[in-house]
Design a protein around this ligand. Sequence first.
Ligand code: NAD
Length: 500
Amino acid sequence: MTTVENFINGQVAASNSGRTAPVYNPASGEVSRQVVLSSADETREAIRIADEAFAGWSRVTPLRRARILFKFKALVEEHADELARLISSEHGKVFSDAKGELTRGLEVVEFACGIPHLQKGEHSLNVGTGVDSFSLMQPLGVCAGISPFNFPAMVPMWMFPVALACGNTFVMKPSEKDPSTPLRLAELLKEAGLPDGVFNVVNGDKESVDVLLTDERVQAVSFVGSTPIAQYIYATASAHGKRVQALGGAKNHMVVMPDADMDQAVDALMGAAYGSAGERCMAISVAVPVGEETAERLRAKLVERLSTLRVGPGIVDGQENDMGPLVTREHLEKVVGYIQTGIDEGAELVVDGRESVIEGAGDGFFVGGTLFDHVKPGMRIHSEEIFGPVLAISRVDTLEAAVAMVNAHEYGNGTAIFTRDGNAARQYCERIQVGMVGVNVPIPVPMAFHSFGGWKRSLFGPLHMHGPDGVRFYTRMKTITQRWPSDVRDGGNQFTMPTH
Ligand code: NAD
């Protein structure tokens, strides 16, 4: 059995912790390899290495740091098929979706390649007579990243390209469910010329994470995962004096107005609800049709489309599936449990994914696309994140009621409105309490040069990921005010506030 180890100081490093976790191929249900669960001491060693590497890396010029990232981008592109197969084999998502995830990650690398421009800071000439003021955006030191299973390439790539470009060193703790891709990315970074010790990968669980949250050498923690853990990460790391950005769970609503192009809305919903088996933090899990007539038309078209949804392994010869399996058997059982909960709560189960006939499913962790109607706030299938291919229809009478439903929800990651009415869209954008909003765009993930983040319990901490916020997060500002008098001895003592 292959063991996924750590990557420390520029090489694969075996763990002696004696603890491992199984890594599954979700399409077959078999254990394909195991991953080490590193000890606290091994995690401290990775931090020590990253701390030592900081002095050298932070003095490498931004232009040179960017050139390494340019090379890394080329290498990831060269190995894209291999990486996408690796992602699919551990996560389960279909091959083209795995390549899409890589592309979105690479866009952050492209953004980070602009670091000589991004890290310029500000400059004011003559803030007083003969006095100039300017700011330096300096790196922090060792930064840590902790990522979830659902984007094993993209989410780490939201973090480390910007952190490294800014001159920080990094310790990455990937999800133990699909750990191989970040390790491969570490090898490619080395091949691109990144000095040893600048980027390290520690595989593990809570034992490793707790060291990253509390060790005084770690300056900043970036986390993406479920809300209870995000809250724990934020509270613990902040209490230990670190800056933290902790992105949590989601329940994203898509409002469909009576004037929406229904074919376009349903096309969008199918991909947004069932793509990647619903295991996306920006997946739409609640459709909110406004008016009974809109609801009936939407439901009829969704039922029709669900009958042709192709579910099966992520990698197949011939025509690709639309959707693969869930990540683990435990997660499959959780999702199937929610389907039963919905029935027990009185929602109408319109399409039951438990009964889907799935070709080539074997013992894989499959459940088909599922649709509920008449789902109401207060039901657990409305209030909780299911993170599976289960779409709820929650009917409302007015746009006002749709806004109230979304705003009352504990999460505020993403949302969308489908309409031909610019005024309705404008009102929605202004009043909705959600971090990322789409108008006739179902999954409004900001591009790499903007920043990604939700509101309410979908994000703990003030700064979003990548884009301008990413650069702010991974640097601290120092403001210099300087004067070069013709004769320094002219200075004299000044006891009153200078007004220049
Ligand atoms: P998770 O919270 O279970 O795990 C995330 C990371 O935290 C993993 O690396 C895991 O090892 C670690 N972890 C788990 N339990 C821990 C504990 N008790 N103490 C310390 N560390 C712990 O999340 P997941 O199941 O891997 O990912 C799915 C979740 O991630 C969903 O809730 C999804 O919405 C969320 N997510 C959010 C975003 C976003 O941008 N807001 C993006 C992707 C995923």
